[in-house]
Design a protein around this ligand. Structure first.
Ligand SMILES: Cc1cc2nc3c(=O)[nH]c(=O)nc-3n(C[C@H](O)[C@H](O)[C@H](O)COP(=O)(O)OP(=O)(O)OC[C@H]3O[C@@H](n4cnc5c(N)ncnc54)[C@H](O)[C@@H]3O)c2cc1C
Length: 493
């Protein structure tokens, strides 16, 4: 490939939710980014309808939460019903704001989210967005990555280079091929039909809950989406063609139990293979993958996109650090080490739920769930710790809370802490510090932080830009030392 081409700090291949969020997070550090997508418009078919509080907090850090909020619907929860439509398993979601500073669970229309992300990108001067262009060649030269873009309309190849290239290019990732095409397979693979419907007027009788019909003959899902949007998903057999499955007469006859064509219209339909896979390798040198390029999950927990958003929250500050202080192989290796086990836990749970929904004997299938996940027919939300990495190791394994997600204390003036220090490391301390290399928030600014530290029996806690705990200090002396620790400070920009 040509030399002397235009150079960026980071190139992101794919402007879906994962890539777009990464670009916005990097913008906090003034990283010069190019984000390329082969499509001119956002993906038109039905996909994500749910995300959680941690994901909303990352959107807050990316600067889009306030714009997004009016488009969301707070989710009541999910219920799994047996063939007689009796409750098998309940997954209620708290209606109050959680420790993350947001609601536990939101319903969303993915195109609304993607429009907001792209609009924010268009307003951000450090990001160049290139749509309608395919990245079709990548070469890691050791100290930078060269890549080629084919403009779909102009059909002209152009060469670019970047310090790092991140493939956020979805399930059929081209970038993944550069690393290792192999993915670990968790065994769940099924064909499902997804139908998005818009009601002509509200129908409260359809209910607020997501319903999973665990009927071995007709496994099905109902989702209460924002506004008048509703979704039905159903497993379909391999002998039914995509076209026959999406025939509107057939669909109306299946949905007739709930709605008819005079009270609702079909907005869009799609047939998908739901899969459960994790890439074996997430990085090679300066080329990395994130989002669906790195992992695929059946959508029963509504966590596929959430996982991609967590990936880039984990990765973005590490890339910014490498750009500011020089390439750090150990820091970058922590990305896969931390994220892979975390997302695997969600995928394994989603596979179990998929098996429950499709099981000949749902009650028996439910028994395979451990008591940590399900007790008294109620399911708990997952919040695993990050996998062990060079970072968690350096902080000492003896602290079990290292690598777990920390809350977002409100400030005394009513603002959220992440709005003051978006995507920055923060040292939460019981009392103010005279000197610190980190941003400090103490009980003086936030009453809540005092209570949070008290419940952890600690004097201070250092959280990373992705809001996971890096270190806890139990004594004042330790806090004073940590506040001036240049080695730890060097991990952050
Ligand atoms: C039916 C269904 C329901 C779902 N429900 C949920 C849910 O409720 N909650 C949830 O969290 N997740 C859900 N998901 C998953 C979620 O939609 C995906 O995880 C998410 O869209 C992945 O985002 P991404 O940015 O990683 O990839 P994508 O959104 O696939 O974006 C990849 C982008 O890369 C571009 N691209 C690809 N190759 C190239 C190339 N060579 N050059 C340039 N551009 C390229 C593509 O055009 C595309 O825009 C669901 C998925 C399905 C199918």
């Amino acid at each position: 490939m040509m030399s002397g081409c235009k150079h960026f700090d980071v190139a992101i291949v794919g402007c879906g939710p994962t890539g777009a969020t990464l670009a916005l997070l990097l913008a906090h550090y003034g990283v010069r980014t190019i984000i390329i997508d082969k499509a001119l418009d956002i993906y038109p078919l039905p996909r994500a309808v749910h995300f959680d509080d941690e994901t909303m907090r990352i959107f807050q850090n990316a600067g889009v939460a306030e714009t997004l909020e009016p488009y969301l619907h707070v989710n009541a929860g999910m219920r799994f019903l047996d063939q007689k439509e009796e409750l098998l398993l309940d997954w209620p979601r708290p209606q109050e704001v959680t420790s993350q500073g947001w609601h536990a669970s939101y319903r969303v229309h993915q195109p609304d989210l993607e429009k907001i992300l792209r609009h924010r990108i268009s307003e951000t001067s450090s990001i160049e967005m290139y749509l309608g262009a395919v990245v079709d060649a990548i070469k890691d030269e050791g100290d930078q990555v060269h890549f080629r873009i084919h403009d779909v309309a102009l059909k002209t190849p152009q060469a670019f280079s970047a310090d790092y290239l991140v493939g956020c290019d979805g399930a059929n990732s081209f970038v993944r091929q550069i690393l290792d095409q192999e993915m670990e397979d968790f065994g769940f693979q099924q064909r499902w039909l997804v139908i998005d419907v818009i009601l002509k007027s509200d129908m409260p009788q359809l209910g607020e809950y997501t319903l999973q019909y665990c009927d071995p003959q007709y496994p099905m899902t109902y989702c209460r989406n924002p506004g008048l949007r509703r979704r039905w998903e159903m497993a379909i057999s391999d002998d039914l063609s995509d076209e026959a499955a999406q025939d509107h007469n057939r669909i109306w006859s299946i949905l007739s139990k709930w709605i008819t064509s005079d009270i609702a219209e079909i907005e869009r339909t799609a047939v998908y293979q739901f899969r459960s896979r994790v890439a074996r390798r997430w990085r090679s040198g300066r080329v990395l993958i994130a989002g669906d390029a790195a992992h695929l999950t059946p959508p029963f927990m509504g966590q596929g996109m959430c996982a991609g958003i967590r990936d880039v929250a984990n990765l973005g500050w590490k890339l910014a650090s490498c750009l500011a202080r020089g390439h750090d192989d150990i820091l970058l290796s922590s990305y896969e080490a931390e994220r892979r086990p975390h997302v695997t836990e969600f995928i394994e749970m989603a596979v179990k739920l998929g098996e429950l929904i499709c099981s000949e004997n749902p009650k028996q299938a439910l028994e395979s769930f451990g008591s940590a996940n399900v007790s008294d027919s109620a399911m708990k939300s997952l919040s695993p710790a990050l996998g062990e990495s060079s970072l968690t190791e350096a902080m000492g394994h003896s602290q079990p809370l290292i690598g777990t997600l920390f809350g977002q204390p409100a400030l005394r003036n009513g603002r959220k802490t992440d709005d003051i220090f978006p995507y920055q490391a923060i040292l939460y301390s019981s009392v103010p510090l005279k000197e610190s290399l980190f941003h400090v928030v103490s009980e003086r600014e936030s009453l809540q932080i005092g209570k949070m530290l008290e419940s952890l029996k600690s004097d201070s806690v250092l959280i990373r830009p992705d809001r996971y705990i890096l270190k806890l200090c139990y004594q004042r002396g330790e806090t004073l030392e940590l506040a001036m620790d240049q080695n730890i400070r060097n991990w952050f920009v």
